[in-house]
Design a protein around this ligand. Structure first.
Ligand SMILES: NC(=O)c1ccc[n+]([C@@H]2O[C@H](COP(=O)([O-])OP(=O)(O)OC[C@H]3O[C@@H](n4cnc5c(N)ncnc54)[C@H](OP(=O)(O)O)[C@@H]3O)[C@@H](O)[C@H]2O)c1
Length: 305
């Protein structure tokens, strides 16, 4: 089977597609034929050596973490009803490979019948981080929340979850994604490619900010132009609060495993929508990661296996 491997810290161009023996079936194994993995900035940052302080890894590693696929076989200690089942899973030893041996039952979630393998693949590293954020910030219908990176794999879920809590939402996005941000539910939109001061003086004053971009330029402009707020960044640990009535902190907290079942239910009932930017064959991992790194996105890119 093919596996996408990171062998050094040279970034996207250093990735290799290697042949590995297929994993063996042990009593605790569920073998999953992988169909989709999400293309995450987390992988790109790991490949560039930028997460060494919060995610130390021993190279070589298979890239990726979340996956969806079909269970093809189970060992004697796993439920036989899993065979043929569509699942969402997490693989701490890497997910970008054609077959995954899941040995940890809590890290495998059955998909509701009406949730596609593609839609479910957007949850890990996207909706989960968005849900963690609304919980950490204790968002209510009294809040006005500004979101940077509103059109991305996290932001596209974050706007929906904030609206579900009744918050007033301001999205910051590139011009090509203004209509997309509005379709997600954003009440007001700021274009980050145009001068910010005039736009920020015209919007409602946010009392909470979620940053999924980590741009010092953007965060400085927000601090200068806005009044008091609590800022939670998923993308930078290096932005101190700029004014006495502003707070700033980083979080990479995780949600409990039961939350994935809740997110799948929300997709199943249509209360949340998955947004898939595009689906690219896994052999084109470099094309996919360069797209995520350098071009505007609408939701999540997926690799297909
Ligand atoms: N801490 C955690 O637990 C956690 C969990 C998940 C993700 N993350 C981090 O959160 C960040 C976002 O993840 P993601 O998956 O949503 O990324 P993504 O899908 O690549 O989205 C990135 C977003 O950033 C926007 N953007 C890019 N350059 C910008 C700039 N110069 N100014 C303003 N906006 C800009 C893009 O907007 P346009 O497309 O409109 O240009 C896009 O909406 C990443 O750094 C990721 O590592 C952290």
């Amino acid at each position: 089977m093919k596996t996408i491997k990171q062998t050094d810290y040279s970034g996207i161009s250093g990735l290799q597609i290697t042949d590995q023996p297929e994993p063996k079936l042990t009593p605790m194994t569920a073998l999953v034929q992988v169909k989709y993995t999400p293309v995450l900035p987390y992988d790109i940052l790991t490949e560039e050596g930028k997460l060494k302080n919060i995610r130390p890894v021993k190279l070589p590693i298979a890239v990726g973490y979340g996956f969806t696929g079909i269970v093809t076989a189970v060992g004697a200690l796993r439920s036989a009803s899993l065979v043929g089942q569509a699942v969402l899973g997490a693989s701490p030893t890497g997910a970008a490979q054609e077959v995954i041996a899941n040995m940890m039952p809590p890290l495998l979630f059955k998909l509701p019948d009406n949730v596609g393998l593609d839609a479910a693949a957007t949850l890990i590293g996207g909706a989960d981080a968005a849900l963690m954020t609304v919980i950490e910030l204790n968002v209510t219908n009294m809040d006005t929340v500004l979101v940077t990176g509103a059109s991305g794999g996290v932001g596209s879920y974050l706007i929906q979850l904030l609206k579900r809590r009744g918050a007033h939402v301001i999205a910051i996005t590139s011009p090509g994604n203004i209509a997309f941000a509005k379709s997600l539910g954003a009440d007001e939109v700021v274009d980050y490619t145009k001068p910010l001061a005039r736009q920020l003086s015209a919007i409602s004053q946010p009392n909470k900010i979620v940053d999924t971009v980590g741009s010092g330029t953007l965060l400085n402009a927000l601090s200068t132009c806005l009044g008091g707020y609590d800022l939670l960044s998923l993308a930078t640990q290096k932005f101190p609060a700029g004014k006495i009535n502003q707070t700033s902190r980083f979080s990479n907290a995780s949600i409990g495993l039961r939350a994935y079942t809740k997110l799948l239910d929300l997709l199943s009932t249509g209360a949340l929508q998955a947004h898939i930017d595009s689906i690219i064959p896994f052999q084109q991992i470099a094309v996919a990661q360069n797209h995520v790194k350098n071009e505007p996105v609408q939701g999540r890119l997926l690799l297909a296996y």
